[in-house]
Each structure stands twice: as structure tokens, then as C-alpha cells.
Design a protein around this ligand. Structure first.
Ligand code: GYE
Length: 334
């Protein structure tokens, strides 16, 4: 059951992904942490503290729902959930309070990559295993967390770059880029992957690149500035659907047609993004799967029963053009 779910929802990408329940190798650090966890909740429920990034996007809303739907009392969990409003200091505070409460597991999606070592060491000293969901940290000491589950963001950026190069880069084009939150793993990696993919195509010029912080409002504002500064934009590459949707509003307000006069490519594949893609206002979306809750629940249950998990679990993403979005839109869960 467990292994089936993981086989169908995750892929191996460089680093092996194994069925959690079957992984039997020993790992000193995570093993120590597993057994030294804090208090159990009522009725033996597993206590988990989850620090979420914020509520910046449709992706985040789907991710939050997935986690809350999976870590329920019926499933044997006692979940404490907090929203950090995209501020690292709030996340550090939340993690410290989970440590003080003595939860058995801490999971979090780090808003930025850097600056986590101290608080993760505090969790380790308290014997509380930490699971990274969705975003990575750049800590060199990988014993500070048990596993990192989430998408391969470099690959996502690369898939966008390949599509742009093959479909639009057959003639000279000017691209503007709306980056995600500065310093976050998806913003860093999606930029890198895109740059790598277009490096060999001299037709493609990235003429501007700024952060829109993964929000619709900031995506719109930054795009308004781009439209004023550059009269000849051919393509917008937005690191998530929400910023792309904000850019679409700015493009329309400037009297241009999104998807035609200015092509739009994004990452995520949430319902609003897929709807705009099916309607022809976005041209291509690389999916990023937000439904990490069931996997997180399985990871914790596996650790709780004495098993170990792979240090990196990569979730599987699809990609959609306009016809592809039209075909799946009705059945889209989020
Ligand atoms: O793409 C974006 C969200 O970390 C993968 O965060 C996540 C990103 C997602 O705000 O919409």
C-alpha cells in the first residue's frame, strides 16, 4: 500500500527514490532523532508541528489543504499548523515553539534557502526529526533533517526553457522574467534551469528579470513596470502561475493580448493557471505538484514504526500546452 503510493507518485531523479516502508538501511542521525522525540498527543496521536511559508499563491493554498487533509486526528496525527506570512523570522519562531512544546516531528517549507543551521541544530539537540517539504535549505550538514520531499525546480525551469527555445526561439525574441521570492529554492533553481536550457539559442534575449515574490499583485506591478520600460516584449516567463496571472492583467491593461501579442509561460498548474492556459492566455505550464500531504503522512508513519526514508524524494510533475489543459481542466483537483 505504502510502496504502491510512492511508486506511482514519485520518480527517481539522480538520487534513488525508494518505497519508504521497504528502505531498511540504517542512518545514525535520523535514527537517534526518531526515538528521542517529545510527548505524544492525546490517545497516542503523533504530534507534528508544521510551519508553512504563507498563503502567497494558489499552489500554497493547495499544499496547505493537502497537508491538513492528510495529517488528521482520524489518521493518527495531532497537527499544529502555522503560517509564516513569507517571513523567515516567523518560521524560526514557530519551529522554536514546536521544540519547546516537545512535538514528535517538525515539518516545514523553508521560505528561503539560507540561515537555518542554528534552529535546525536546536531541533536535533532536542531529538526532534525535521522533514523538509517542498523547498530545500542550503545547510551543509544534511544530518539536520531526515528528508527533503518536493519537486526538482531546476528541471521545471529547464522544461520551460526547452519549450520556449523550441517553440518561440526560432526567431529573435525578448523575454522578461518574473522571479519568485528572492533567496527561495524555487526562484533560484527555476532561473538556473531556464538559463541552462536557453544558453545555446542566440535568438533568445532575457531583457529584464525581477522578483514578483510569487504573488499575483506583485507580478502585476512588476509587469506594469516592464511594459513601460520595454515596448518590445515577446514572452513573459513567470516562476509561478499567480505572477503570470498578474502579468496577464497588466498586459490586458496595456491594450495587448496575452498569449498572442505577448506569450506567457509559467510553472505550477493550479486551477486558475490551467483555466487561463485552456483559454489561450497562457501558452505553456510546467506543473509543480503541491499535494505533498499524503507523502508527508507516510514519511512520518514510516519513521514512527522504526523505518528509514530516502534523504531526497522527488515528486513527479507534468507539463501542459493549451490543448493539454483543455483536456484535463474539468478533472483538475486544485
Ligand atoms: O511554485 C509557488 C509558491 O515552493 C514550489 O511556492 C513552491 C512555490 C510555488 O508560492 O506558487
Amino acid at each position: 500500500m505504502v510502496s504502491k503510493m510512492f511508486r506511482s507518485r514519485t520518480i527517481a531523479a539522480g538520487i534513488a527514490v525508494l518505497a519508504l516502508g521497504l528502505a531498511a538501511c540504517s542512518s545514525g542521525d535520523s535514527g537517534d532523532a526518531e526515538t528521542a522525540g517529545g510527548d505524544s498527543g492525546d490517545g497516542g496521536a503523533i504530534t507534528v508541528g508544521f510551519s508553512q511559508v504563507g498563503s502567497e499563491s494558489g499552489w500554497r493554498a493547495a499544499n496547505t489543504k493537502s497537508i491538513q487533509d492528510a495529517l488528521t486526528a482520524e489518521a493518527g496525527f495531532d497537527l499544529s499548523f502555522s503560517d509564516a506570512q513569507q517571513k523567515q523570522e516567523n518560521q524560526i519562531q514557530a519551529i522554536r515553539s514546536y521544540i519547546a512544546q516537545g512535538v514528535q516531528y517538525i515539518a516545514f517549507s523553508p521560505v528561503v534557502e539560507s540561515g537555518w543551521d542554528s534552529v535546525l541544530e536546536e531541533a536535533k539537540d532536542a531529538g526532534i526529526p525535521v522533514i523538509l517539504t517542498d523547498r530545500a535549505v542550503d545547510s551543509e550538514d544534511t544530518s539536520l533533517y531526515v528528508t527533503f520531499i518536493g519537486s526538482d525546480f531546476v528541471e521545471e525551469g529547464k522544461r520551460i526553457g526547452d519549450w520556449v527555445s523550441e517553440n518561440l526561439g526560432t526567431e529573435p525574441i525578448n523575454v522578461v522574467e518574473l522571479q519568485g521570492t528572492t533567496g527561495s529554492a524555487p526562484a533560484i533553481d527555476r532561473k538556473t534551469g531556464f538559463e541552462d536550457a536557453i544558453a545555446g539559442n542566440d535568438n533568445i534575449s532575457v531583457i529584464a528579470s525581477e522578483t514578483g515574490n510569487f504573488t499575483r499583485a506583485e507580478g502585476k506591478t512588476v509587469m506594469e513596470g516592464f511594459l513601460q520600460a520595454y515596448p518590445d516584449i515577446d514572452v513573459v516567463y513567470a516562476h509561478n502561475d499567480d505572477m503570470g496571472l498578474g502579468a496577464i492583467e497588466a498586459i490586458k491593461a496595456a491594450g495587448k493580448v496575452p498569449g498572442k501579442d505577448i506569450k506567457v509561460v509559467t510553472i505550477d498548474g493550479v486551477k486558475d493557471g490551467m483555466t487561463a492556459l485552456a483559454a489561450g492566455e497562457i501558452n505553456y505550464i510546467v506543473e509543480c505538484n503541491p499535494l505533498l500531504g499524503p507523502d508527508l503522512a507516510e514519511i512520518i508513519k514510516t519513521l514512527e514504526s522504526g523505518g528509514t526514508v530516502e534523504p531526497r524524494i522527488v515528486t513527479q510533475d507534468e507539463a501542459f500546452d493549451q490543448a493539454g489543459a483543455q483536456a484535463v481542466l474539468a478533472d483538475r483537483e486544485y
